[in-house]
Design a binder for this molecule. Structure first.
Ligand code: ZN
Ligand code: ZN
Length: 348
């Protein structure tokens, strides 16, 4: 159990987001709530399917509920005389909040809180960093293995399946998100879903991530089947330069918007900033997308131990798109690019 300091104004905090439950208690089951009283004083609620697993994974008090978890929580709220019960307002439905409110002991009230655990999760500890490193290694090895099988005429869906297969064989629990394989002009869709399109001579965008030991990796690489034309080469160079400029800007104390601007300014120099239609990156960890966001208006200050992606891209309808993405760790002196896969333009 991780030690947790309660925010001011609450006597207990109810955690209902399962990633946050896992982060704090270590429990990975699919049905759980966690009631925090401060420090390591906490109660984990789950159902009888998880009696054995919860006892193995969590060191805090555990209540295996035979009714609803909320009912068991409410019993402890009454028993522990909680007056102000905090809850995660992003992670409880309106119906759940209303249900809790009606069943609360008469003196008690609900206090909605936002991002209390997500803020802590931004900075990774040594164990988390080790897991992200392992996930990144698996992801890069999976791409290298899958590329050995890549042939003109294969469909996007077949190649995506090959990537997922290799990733699992190398130790991933599964993909961190639906693997993106976009051939030719379909690369203009930043979140293209791999389909029956045949991979032809031309550009191929691959965006892939693994979950390993609960932690995500994320990488985008371009390959070009057959020799690339000058327009592709120039655009590739521009995106790579933008990506390197953003990485160069990463160090503790820098606002994420500054990192985003570094990438955007390079693309502006190439007249391509209008084609860069998303933010430069995002945090990752137990989830593939978690704070901080690396966007134009994001003011989060980078801290040592944050794990983020850097992934500028350009998208041109009818032509295609280019994105290059690494997983990066903020270190005391700047940053470390965790992704080992080369970013040199690969023509197969
Ligand atoms: Zn990605
Ligand atoms: Zn990403």
């Amino acid at each position: 159990m991780r030690s947790f300091t309660l925010p001011q104004g609450v006597d207990a905090l109810l955690i209902t987001n399962l990633h946050n439950v896992r982060y704090l208690s270590g429990f990975t089951g699919s049905n759980a709530m966690l009631l925090l009283f401060g420090g390591t004083d906490a109660i984990l609620y789950t159902d009888p399917r998880y009696t054995v697993q919860s006892a193995r994974q969590a060191t805090c008090k555990i209540r295996v509920a035979t009714g609803t978890l909320a009912k068991a929580v409410l019993q402890d709220v009454a028993r522990r005389k909680v007056v102000k019960l905090g809850f995660e307002q992003e992670h409880l439905s309106f119906a759940q909040v209303e249900g809790l409110r009606k069943a609360l002991p008469s003196r008690a009230e609900l206090v909605g809180l936002s991002g209390a655990i997500e803020t802590l999760r931004m900075v990774k500890d040594a164990g988390e960093i080790a897991r992200i490193r392992a996930s990144v290694q698996t992801n890069s090895k999976a791409l290298a293995q899958a590329l050995k099988k890549l042939k003109v005429g294969m469909t996007e869906a077949e190649f995506a399946a090959e990537i997922d297969y290799q990733s699992r064989k190398l130790g991933a629990e599964g993909p961190a998100f639906d693997t993106i394989v976009a051939a030719g002009e379909r690369a203009a869709l930043p979140h293209a879903h791999p389909g029956p399109t045949k991979i032809g001579p031309g550009m191929l965008l691959i965006d892939m991530g693994a979950f390993q030991d609960g932690y995500a990796s994320d990488m985008t690489r371009m390959v070009h089947l057959g020799p690339a034309k000058p327009k592709f080469r120039q655009a590739y160079r521009a995106v790579l330069e933008a990506q390197l400029a953003a990485i160069d800007a990463i160090r503790p104390g820098v606002k994420t918007s500054v990192v985003d601007k570094a990438a955007r300014d390079v693309l502006k120099g190439y007249g391509m900033d209008k084609q860069f239609i998303h933010s430069t990156g995002h945090g990752l960890g137990l989830e593939i997308h978690e704070p901080p966001r690396i966007g134009r208006k994001d003011k989060t200050v980078l801290l040592e131990g944050m794990a983020i992606t850097v992934e500028p891209g350009i998208y041109i309808e009818g032509w295609g798109g280019i994105r290059i993405e690494d997983t990066v760790l903020v270190t005391a002196g700047g940053c470390e690019i965790l992704t080992p896969t080369s970013k040199e333009l690969r023509e197969l």
